[in-house]
Design a protein around this ligand. Structure first.
Ligand SMILES: [Cu+2]
Length: 152
């Protein structure tokens, strides 16, 4: 390979990597927060998160307006059939071209210390924080579990 060809190849590789940096886009759809019963000040949020990216990203934390704190949880069922929730302190990885599905009975955002219980029709601002993409603001609509189940 000549020096000129080598330089041309290096420039092409540089262009590709720059493009990759620019096309790191987080998408979220089908997002919703489940309505809580009266007197309950915790809630769960769900949705499908995609990463239009070359390198993997990671959902590391979530902030919800009107809530004291939020955690990322996985629902697990043991051999004894007991269903429990586990806090994911390292966040949740999201690989390029795949969907991160947060759904009832699986991964979810646990919202705690809500000033008011979320009710169907409410719209709650949420900030999803990703390792690479940074903060992504999304408004989550609140729906009853039955309504969400029939709609999806
Ligand atoms: Cu939970």
């Amino acid at each position: 390979m000549t020096a000129a060809a080598r330089l041309a190849l290096a420039l092409i590789l540089l262009a590709v990597s720059v493009t990759a940096e620019e096309s790191h886009v987080i998408g979220i759809e089908k997002h919703w927060i489940a309505e809580s019963p009266p007197g309950v000040h915790v809630a769960a949020a769900y949705g499908v998160i995609t990463c239009d990216c070359v390198r993997a990203d990671r959902l590391v934390s979530v902030a919800v307006v009107g809530a004291a704190m939020s955690e990322l949880h996985a629902t697990t069922s043991g051999d004894d059939g007991v269903v429990a929730m586990r806090r994911l302190d390292d966040g949740i990885a999201i690989d390029p071209g795949t969907s991160l599905v947060l759904e009832p009975g699986g991964l979810h955002i646990m919202i705690m210390g809500l000033e008011e219980r979320p009710q169907a029709g409410d719209r709650i601002p949420v900030t999803l924080v990703f390792e690479k993409a940074g903060a992504v603001d999304v408004v989550f609509p609140v729906a009853t579990r039955s309504a969400a189940g029939t709609e999806q």
